[in-house]
Design a binder for this molecule. Structure first.
Ligand code: GLY
Length: 329
């Protein structure tokens, strides 16, 4: 983020910039030899579900080591991708109906650069491959075998497809009836979407999932789609979605929320407007859940869901806390 844009979005940074631009004697008059802690703008991180808490802690640690907002967005969700017990993110996730785990992920920087992979197998950290797509190619999205080959060419180890014991047991059970019905708030977690606003005003986000359990082989959800599962524009803010991806794909809910903030809505109002649009297009409320989080360029946040049960983790500098989102029904 350049200094001019920072000046537009942060009063604190604007003050600092004014001092920097002033003649030296004026700047010296206002210079504080011991900067007060209150002069440090806070960083804010927000992410989906209970698994957001360890992700936020890792993301904040990345910032404290001097990392960028993008580093924090990547390193936060990597913790969840690496958890073999997590049934909805990473290689421990529940498989498709053929017993194969396929992963979707994306990452987006505040300046509009984005990277994404979808329908990939055997990759422990799809979010990192998404970042490689963004930083090492001229493309935004790679899919399936092509994404896997790209990852291998970048030195990423690809594992053989293997289900965790927990996922195999669940899949064997499912096969007895092969009944396909996504469960609302399944085990109180789903995709992880994580949004970062660093104290300097820079922003980034990430989103990663194993997608719907027992999906048709080849199905791709909202999580890797820029504008659906995630959208970031640090001039305005960012948003991420979790839940039944088909409903989010049809409404581009993350993009919609960011555009609502651009028109002047608070992050909370923007989330409520996005969920209202989604419900308008999908009135059968008993059959699905979607949750959305938003963060604006000044660090305010919003959270809303179709139905009860959506939790999120919120971190500002040293403090981390879980919250329950408001809901439409
Ligand atoms: N939101 C995750 C998915 O539908 O795949």
């Amino acid at each position: 983020m350049d200094a001019t844009r920072r000046t537009l979005v942060s009063g604190i940074v604007a003050t600092a910039s004014a001092a920097a631009l002033a003649p030296s004697h004026t700047a010296a008059m206002f210079m504080d030899p011991m900067p007060r802690p209150s002069a440090v703008p806070p960083s804010t991180i927000i992410s989906t579900w209970d698994h957001g808490m360890p992700a936020n802690v890792a993301a904040m640690a990345a910032l404290e080591r001097g990392g960028s907002a993008l580093d924090a967005a990547e390193q936060g969700v990597m913790v969840v991708e690496a958890d073999p017990k997590n049934l909805s993110v990473g290689l421990g996730g529940l498989p498709d109906r053929d017993g194969i785990v396929t992963l979707d992920a994306c990452i987006m920087d505040g300046d509009g650069r984005a990277g994404s992979v979808c329908f990939v197998q055997g990759i422990e950290h799809p979010v990192s491959v998404a970042r490689m797509v963004m930083e090492r190619t001229s493309h935004v999205m790679l899919a399936g075998a092509g994404a896997e080959r790209f990852a291998r060419e970048q030195g990423v180890h690809q594992r053989a497809n293997a289900l965790s014991e927990q996922a195999r047991t669940a899949w064997e059970e499912w096969k007895k009836t092969s009944h396909y019905a996504p469960v609302i708030n399944i085990e109180n977690h789903d995709t992880i979407g994580l949004l970062v606003r660093k104290g300097d005003g820079s922003m980034a986000g990430s989103c990663t999932t194993s997608g719907l359990a027992y999906k048709v082989h080849g199905r791709v959800g909202d999580s890797p789609i820029i504008g659906a599962g995630l959208y970031v524009d640090e001039e305005v803010g960012c948003a991420t979605c979790t839940g039944l991806g088909e409903t989010v794909l049809r409404t581009l809910a993350s993009f919609l929320a960011v555009e609502r903030m651009r028109m002047g809505d608070s992050p909370q109002k923007a989330c409520e407007e996005a969920i209202a649009r989604l419900i308008h297009k999908h009135p059968n409320l008993a059959s699905y859940q979607v949750g959305i989080l938003a963060l604006d360029a000044t660090g305010r946040h919003g959270a809303h869901a179709v139905t009860k049960g959506f939790t999120y983790a919120l971190s500002t500098n040293g403090a981390h806390a879980m919250h329950a989102a408001s809901h439409a029904m």
